[in-house]
Design a protein around this ligand. Structure first.
Ligand code: BGC
Length: 450
């Protein structure tokens, strides 16, 4: 391991850096034996992605990775969260490792260590091999077993150089958008029956945690959750009950299970209706000790009671008042302090140290004729949210890192290339990278430390 790289960021070596995901930046969809993923399939279906685009080329980071790692190094980052494409490593989701595919991550890890940057790979950021989807995807329990095998082969190949493992990225979002509402791949609209896709992802997390720990190295293991403070639209009993139900699906299903070994009672009908999905012993696999908790924060959520006949126990209500990002998401930095302090208050000694594994915003950034990108909105956003992390730390919450989403403008899922989240502007016709004003601002902020 290169000098200056720490396996777990301690208070004295807080992780500062940025995050990306394979399908959103790599491109090279057909190279070196990569198999198709559910996102290749989904993007090919007319009407699924706003601008009809796909991640087939994206930022071309598969070829331009040295330049991307140099961007991280010049930023002063000491950690980089990225994801491994399962279909590159095992093109059909099982069986022998595709050496050319894993070779890419091998080079990436070495490149990070040479630059003194801690590699923090996530094993699954939504790009399931299509062959596994054809066998049921996350609705099938066997997918969790395949995931554990994948974790073992990856641990064997890379475990000696990894600083921390993320198992899954945002299992709630994948369950909700991919399986309940169908706005993401694989496009299923199962509403509450999507619970099984959430449970099998959690089981996969638990099995993979065991597989990673059995492999070389002693890197800490984390689950990366998308978390949101939930607010009831009024103080009425029905709205507050709806808020509790939403909190159970979005947050507590993925926290109580891993930190307490139990699902919250408020999941109610979804769990009761899931029949044989949750088997004896599953929750102890899911609830084994976690080394770190990854927290992705974007905004709070407001909820009211559903209208008559709704199949769901809640209805979302837009938050009016605060400024909005380009995506229309409310900018509420205090929500991050509230979330972090709330986690500590709720889970107490059961809460592992936290890394903020994603936080950021999209704005309609433009490259000006003088070659600069003035994204002062993003600077204000990052400043306020880093401040919110500072507040939580001052209140005694053990936060060990802050990683911006994202290093680069990239393929924003169903929004295609219409939402720019990067610290770096990417011209998608040439691949050319231009650091935005926020990149320079963050470099200075990182240099100051806490
Ligand atoms: C995901 C990213 C995504 C970002 C912005 C997170 O939910 O992990 O992949 O690009 O939000 O939507």
């Amino acid at each position: 391991m290169a000098a200056g790289v720490t396996r777990v960021a301690s208070h004295s070596s807080f992780w500062w850096g940025a995050a990306t995901a394979a399908y959103q930046i790599e491109g090279a969809a057909d190279e070196d034996g990569r198999g198709p993923s559910i996102w290749d399939t989904f993007c090919a279906e007319p009407g699924r992605v706003t601008d009809g685009s796909s991640g087939a080329v994206a930022c071309d980071s598969y070829h331009r990775w040295p330049e991307d790692l140099d961007l991280l190094a010049d930023l002063g980052a000491n950690a980089y969260r990225f994801s491994l494409a399962w279909p590159r490593v095992q093109p059909r989701g099982q069986g022998p490792v595709n050496q050319a595919g894993i070779g890419y991550y091998d080079r990436l890890l070495d490149g990070l260590l040479e630059r003194g940057i801690a590699p923090v790979p996530t094993l699954f950021h939504w790009d399931l091999p299509q062959a596994l989807q054809d066998a049921g995807g996350w609705m099938a329990r066997e997918t969790a077993e395949r995931f554990a095998e994948y974790a073992s082969v990856v641990a064997e190949a890379l475990g000696d150089r990894v600083a921390a493992w993320g198992t899954l990225n945002e299992p709630f979002v994948h369950m909700a958008l991919g399986y309940a509402f169908g706005t993401h791949a694989p496009g299923e609209t199962l509403l509450l029956d999507a619970f099984a896709a959430g449970h099998h992802q959690l089981l996969a997390h638990g099995l993979a945690t065991q597989a990673l720990r059995a492999g070389p190295g002693d890197a800490p293991v984390m689950l990366v959750n998308n978390l949101t403070p939930v607010r009831a639209a009024s103080t009425s009993a029905t709205d507050t009950a709806a808020a509790r139900a939403y909190d159970a699906f979005h947050n507590r299903m993925f926290l109580d299970s891993v930190l307490r070994g139990a699902y919250p009672d408020e999941l109610g009908a979804a769990v009761a209706g899931a029949g044989a999905v949750v088997r004896d012993g599953d929750l102890s696999v899911i609830g084994q000790p976690l080394d770190l908790l990854g927290v992705n924060y974007y905004n709070p959520t407001q909820v009211k009671a559903p209208g008559p006949g709704s199949p769901l126990p809640f209805e979302l209500v837009p938050i009016e008042g605060p400024a909005q990002t380009g995506f229309g998401w409310p900018v509420v930095p205090d929500g991050l302090t509230e979330l972090l302090v709330g986690l500590r208050d709720t889970y107490g000694a059961g809460l592992p140290p936290i890394v903020v594994t994603e936080n950021g915003c999209s704005y309609p950034d433009e490259l000006s004729p003088d070659g600069t990108v003035d994204d002062s909105d993003r600077i204000a956003f990052l400043d306020a949210h880093i401040g919110a992390v500072g507040e939580a730390r001052a209140a005694g919450v053990d936060v060990r890192g802050y990683l911006v989403w994202s290093l680069l403008d990239n393929f924003e899922w169903a929004e295609g290339y219409t939402q720019r989240f990067g610290l770096t502007y990417v011209d998608f016709s040439t691949g050319r990278r231009t650091p935005k004003a926020s990149y320079g601002w963050l470099r200075d902020r990182i240099a100051r430390g806490w």
